[in-house]
Design a protein around this ligand. Structure first.
Ligand code: ADP
Length: 167
């Protein structure tokens, strides 16, 4: 069955029909702002405790934890590149999506929601970040067994429009 790929506006911390959600993490896997702040607030302090032994992580890397107070089974934490600093940034951003999908496949996750990694505080221009996200996920999915649904969750109407147009 071909994997369903969709883009919708919403809050990554409120995706109850997904097995796993992806965190736009920082290297230390601490709460912080943006996506990480929203996920840690909803998951509770156990998520922070579970993350500590896994930190620090490198740009492009992905690690997995339980989801605690979130309505999902797992959180996959990815460190996207900081635009203009971590090079080659397009390759590192693509590696985040590939590594997240690979972890999901290993853990038997069948549905997974991503935010727009690196497109907030890390400064990646939205159109470029969108193209890399959608190209990498659609090229990687055919090699992933068991992943049935992938959703991109965008916080505002403007980024949702860019993702939907690019898709
Ligand atoms: P990064 O540090 O990787 O850039 P951010 O969390 O700052 O990550 O932002 C990544 C993207 O996620 C931005 O487009 C931002 O607007 C969006 N975003 C912020 N909060 C949420 C949320 N609760 N749900 C979904 N997307 C969010």
């Amino acid at each position: 069955m071909p994997t369903q790929l969709e883009c919708r506006q919403g809050d990554i911390a409120n995706q109850p029909d997904m097995d796993a959600v992806v965190n736009a993490a920082n290297a230390e896997l601490r709460p912080g702002g943006g996506v990480a702040g929203a996920l840690h607030r909803a998951a509770g302090p156990e998520l922070d405790r579970a993350c500590r032994p896994l930190a620090p992580i490198e740009p492009g890397q992905a690690v997995i934890t339980e989801a605690f107070g979130l309505p999902n089974r797992h959180v996959i934490h990815c460190l996207g590149p900081v635009y203009g600093r971590d090079k080659p940034e397009a390759e590192l951003l693509a590696a985040c999506y590939r590594n997240a999908l690979s972890l999901a496949e290993q853990q038997g996750i069948s549905s997974l929601a991503f935010p727009a990694l690196s497109a907030g505080a890390f400064g990646y221009p939205l159109e470029e970040a969108t193209r890399i996200a959608l190209t990498t996920v659609s090229e990687t999915l055919p090699q992933c067994t068991g992943i049935e649904r992938v959703r991109f969750v965008l916080f505002d109407a403007a980024s949702t429009e860019v993702f939907q147009r690019t898709l």
